[in-house]
Ligand binder design. Structure first.
Ligand code: EJD
Length: 402
C-alpha cells in the first residue's frame, strides 16, 4: 500500500541571521518541532535538526557527499574561495590517503609525547594569570592563549605572523555560510592573511620536528603526493585553532556557570574528560555543516532530490530531547558519548585528541590551582556563521589556599 507523504514543512528561519547566531536555541527547538526534515526558503536548502536525522546524514557519505563543499556554496556550480580541502571537502577515494596520514599523526598514541609538555604550559599560563590577580578574561587571557602557545609550535610554523591564525580560521568558518556581512566585510582585508597561511605550509618554512614536517615526510614515503602536502598542513592551520579556542571557552563557561558540577569535578578528577565531552555536547562549538545529495535520498520518509544542499544542525541534535534527558543541563552524571559535536562517521574530527588534550590541560591546571571559578560579568558572544564562541568571558577565581 502506498504511504501518503506529508509535504515537507517550509520555514523562513534564517540560520545565519544575527538574531539566530546570537541566540540559536529557541530557533533550534522550532526547527526540531517542525519535522524530521525542513525546507529553508531563505536559501533553498533542506535542513535536519533532530539527533536521529543529523546522525543519519552524517553517516551516509555515499548519498550525502562532502566533495561539493560542506558550506552553503555548491562547488559544482560556484568557485570556492580557496582550493578545496583534501579532507573536509573530499569524498572517498580521494579523501582517504590524506585522512590516513593525519589520523596516524594525530592518534592518541602519537600525542602522548605532547601531553606532559602541554600540561606544564597550561599550569604556567594559569600561574601567570593568578600572579596578576583573581579576575581575568577566560577568552582573551586563557582560551585564546593556550592553543596559540602550544599548537603552532607543534605544527612547526615560524614565530612571526601568528596573529593571522585566528582571523584566518574565523574567516574560513564564516565562509561556510552565506555571503552575509560576516563574510563580505573581512573579505576586503583577508588577502595577506591567506597569503601568510599558504606560505607557512611550504616545506622550507616548517621546522623539522613538527606535524608539518611529518606531513611532508609522508609525501616522501609516497603515502600522499608532494602537491597534497601543503594543503594538508593548511587543514591543520584552518581547523586547529579557532575550534580549540571555542572548545576551551565552552568548558570554562560550563564549569563557571555550574558551581555544583565544578564541586563534583573537584571531588572526582576522573570526571575531567567527561566534563569536556559534556561541555562540547552542550555548546557544540561547530554548530552546522552541509552535505550535498548525490542521488534522491529519503530521510525519515522525506525524499530529497539529488544535487540538494542539506544543512545539519549539530547543536540542535546535541540538545534534542528525543535523544537526551534534560538536554539543556550540564550534567557530569550523564554519558555524553554519541554527541555529534565532533561529527560522526568518515569525516569525524581527526584532531579531536588534540582538542581534548588542550582542554583537559587547561581544566586540570585550574583544578590544581583554584577552589572556585565564577562569572564576574556577562560574557559576550563572538558571532560566526559556523562557530558558536565567545568574544569575552569575565571570570573571578579563588586561588586554592596554600
Ligand atoms: C572543520 C568543522 C580543512 C578543514 C577541516 C576541517 C574543518 C575546517 C577546515 C573543523 C570543520 O581541511 O581546511 S570543525
Amino acid at each position: 500500500m502506498a504511504v501518503a507523504l506529508s509535504p515537507t514543512p517550509v520555514s523562513s528561519i534564517d540560520p545565519f541571521s544575527t538574531e539566530f547566531l546570537a541566540d540559536p536555541l529557541p530557533f533550534h527547538e522550532r526547527l526540531r518541532e517542525l519535522g524530521p526534515v525542513v525546507s529553508l526558503d531563505a536559501y533553498g536548502v533542506y535542513a535536519v535538526a533532530r539527533y536521529a536525522e543529523v546522525h543519519r546524514c552524517l553517516t551516509d557519505w555515499q548519498a550525502l557527499q562532502s566533495g561539493a563543499g560542506v558550506g552553503l556554496s555548491n562547488f559544482t556550480t560556484e568557485k570556492p574561495w580557496r582550493p578545496p580541502s583534501l579532507l573536509l571537502e573530499a569524498d572517498p577515494p580521494r579523501h582517504d590517503a590524506p585522512r590516513a596520514v593525519l589520523s596516524q599523526l594525530l592518534s592518541q598514541r602519537r600525542l602522548r609525547r605532547l601531553e606532559e609538555e602541554w600540561k606544564a604550559d597550561a599550569a604556567q599560563l594559569v600561574d601567570e594569570l593568578l600572579g596578576r590577580g583573581t579576575e581575568f578574561d577566560a577568552v582573551t587571557d586563557l582560551a585564546e592563549v593556550l592553543p596559540l602557545r602550544v599548537f603552532p609550535d607543534a605544527v612547526g610554523i615560524g614565530p612571526t605572523g601568528r596573529e593571522h591564525l585566528l582571523p584566518y580560521g574565523d574567516f574560513a568558518f564564516n565562509a561556510f555560510g552565506p555571503q552575509n556581512e560576516l563574510v563580505t566585510v573581512p573579505a576586503a582585508t583577508i588577502g595577506p592573511t591567506v597569503e601568510w597561511i599558504n606560505t607557512q605550509c611550504l616545506r622550507e618554512n616548517l621546522t623539522d620536528d613538527g606535524f608539518g614536517a611529518q606531513i611532508w615526510a609522508a609525501a616522501d614515503r609516497g603515502e600522499i603526493t608532494p602537491q597534497q602536502a601543503p594543503l594538508i598542513v593548511r587543514s591543520m592551520l584552518t581547523a586547529g585553532v579557532d575550534t580549540t579556542v571555542t572548545g576551551i571557552a565552552a568548558v570554562v563557561h560550563a564549569i563557571a556557570a555550574n558551581p555544583d558540577q565544578w564541586e563534583r569535578l573537584r571531588a572526582d578528577r576522573s570526571l575531567l574528560p567527561r566534563a569536556f565531552e559534556e561541555a562540547v555536547r552542550l555548546e557544540s562549538p561547530v554548530q552546522t555543516f552541509f552535505r550535498t545529495t548525490t542521488v534522491e535520498t529519503v530521510v525519515s520518509g522525506t525524499p530529497i532530490p539529488p544535487g540538494e544542499k542539506v544543512l545539519m544542525f549539530l547543536g540542535a541534535a546535541n540538545r534534542d530531547p528525543r535523544r537526551w534527558a534534560d538536554p539543556d543541563r550540564f550534567d557530569l552524571s550523564r554519558d555524553p558519548s554519541g554527541h555529534v559535536a565532533f561529527g560522526m562517521g568518515l569525516h569525524q574530527c581527526v584532531g579531536q585528541h588534540i582538542a581534548r588534550l588542550e582542554a583537559t590541560a587547561v581544566l586540570g591546571a585550574l583544578l590544581d590551582r583554584v577552589s572556585a571559578i565564577e562569572l564576574s560579568g556577562t560574557p559576550a558572544r563572538h558571532l560566526n556563521n559556523t562557530l558558536r564562541g565567545w568574544e569575552h568571558m569575565p571570570v573571578r577565581v579563588t586561588p586554592t589556599a596554600g
